[in-house]
Design a binder for this molecule. Structure first.
Ligand SMILES: C[S@@+](CC[C@H](N)C(=O)[O-])C[C@H]1O[C@@H](n2cnc3c(N)ncnc32)[C@H](O)[C@@H]1O
Length: 395
């Protein structure tokens, strides 16, 4: 009895760790008869996940288990060591109780090592700090001038792992041009180079969208969900203020912020359009030369991409980037799949082949051509980027 509790918790965690859903959504979708009990077990176990993983590793528990998965073992360990005790009988209870002393002593050793008396003190509340990324705005300065200015100010350029950068040091990002990496505690908000628009705070993940779209100089580009304009000014920098940028956003307040930001960044090739992108008329003559579109919506629940791409039957769009700051498959690969289904005249192009963290492969769809970012793996915020190319365009 109550074996179903652990099995349901295992299902929830598997959904979450394979990026299929969020904790809340998969708890909600679970059919387990006592949702409160399930939620409590899942949430409590997640709090201790890091140390439970350590115990799993040290005791090599999974090597001795038949039919107990990694995720299931986490819940059993939580309940046995920290929670209410194992809440079921049968195989699972036996699995744990026959290893009682080994587990208890591994847990005791860990507490001594970490110098904690209470279980609560084992909870990892601190997320690892991400490095601070600043993009050099080539519309107001050059990369060389920026390096000289920073060095003059006591910063030294280093060539080390992004996690090891100290205060007053910076490195050049190996993937994205004109991106500098600083220690997480660096604060340049009061610095002249930030105030005059030469340095723009922009996480590496967020720089990937414009970098991947990579519009050639003189092209016409739509940034469909543009405010507050970080990617817009990045696009303008890549195009060196040539061609034409349409920065669209439906939120008036955010558009106002964008106006200021674009001015500060010396963006000169941009027309701001305060509108729902879906309501734009794709046959409007002013969009006829549009070749590239960047879609960076706050939430893809609206299925915005599929319809965006459909709209493009009437324009000349060749390259479309879809990016999100979500790690969930339903907002990423699932959206890409349905966009491709509805728009067979677009195909996926491989984004940054050397990037190892790829999109989740889906049957019949090459979603591994997309890329993902993960705080733990890539030292950036969570992110997803897909690049679509019109079939008629050669790569
Ligand atoms: C993630 S933010 C964009 C961030 C921006 N690309 C940047 O890098 O600074 C999403 C934006 O999409 C806008 N948005 C969402 N749906 C939209 C739609 N249908 N038409 C226009 N803007 C939309 C929101 O108002 C919000 O400002």
């Amino acid at each position: 009895q109550n074996m179903a509790l652990y099995k349901s918790a295992e299902e929830v965690l598997t959904q979450v760790t394979t990026y299929k859903s969020s904790v809340k959504k998969s708890l909600f979708a679970s059919k387990f008869k006592n949702p409160k009990q399930l939620a409590a077990l899942v949430m409590e176990t997640l709090k201790y996940k890091v140390i439970l993983e350590e115990i799993l590793e040290q005791t090599k528990l999974l090597k001795q288990s038949k039919g107990v998965s990694h995720n299931l073992a986490l819940f059993l360990l939580y309940d046995f060591l920290i929670g209410k005790g194992i809440q079921c009988g049968g195989k699972l209870k036996k699995f744990v109780s026959s290893r009682k002393s080994m587990l208890n002593s591994a847990f005791a050793r860990m507490k001594i090592r970490k110098k904690v008396a209470k279980n609560e003190d084992l909870i990892e509340t601190k997320h690892p700090l991400l490095p601070k990324y600043l993009r050099v705005n080539t519309l107001t300065t050059t990369f060389k001038k920026m390096v000289v200015a920073l060095e003059k100010d006591g910063y030294s350029q280093v060539d080390i792992n992004e996690n090891e950068i100290e205060l007053k040091q910076f490195s050049v990002d190996p993937d994205i041009s004109n991106l500098l990496v600083f220690n997480p505690k660096t604060d340049l908000h009061a610095h002249q180079l930030y105030k005059n628009g030469s340095l723009i705070f922009q996480d590496k993940a967020s720089c990937l969208s414009a970098f991947v779209l990579d519009p050639a100089p003189h092209t016409h580009v739509i940034d469909a969900c543009a405010a507050p304009g970080n990617k817009t000014s990045h696009l303008a920098a890549i195009m060196n203020n040539t061609g034409k940028l349409f920065a669209v956003d439906r939120d008036r307040d955010r558009v106002k912020i964008m106006e200021r930001q674009l001015q500060k960044a010396n963006v000169q090739n941009c027309e701001i359009i305060n509108s729902d992108f879906m309501k734009l008329n794709p046959t409007d003559p002013k969009f006829q030369k549009v070749e590239c579109i960047l879609v960076d919506p706050s939430c893809s629940g609206s299925g915005i991409v599929s319809r965006d791409l459909e709209n493009q039957k009437d324009t000349n769009a060749e390259r479309v980037v879809y990016s999100t700051c979500s790690i969930h498959q339903e907002e990423n690969e699932d959206v890409v799949k349905s966009a491709l289904k509805q728009n067979p005249f677009f195909k996926l192009l491989e984004v940054m082949p050397a990037w190892t963290n790829r999109g989740i492969k889906m049957v019949n769809y090459e979603t591994q051509k997309c890329i993902r970012c993960d705080p733990a793996v890539n030292c950036t915020n969570g992110f997803f980027v897909a690049l679509f190319l019109h079939n008629t365009v050669s790569q």
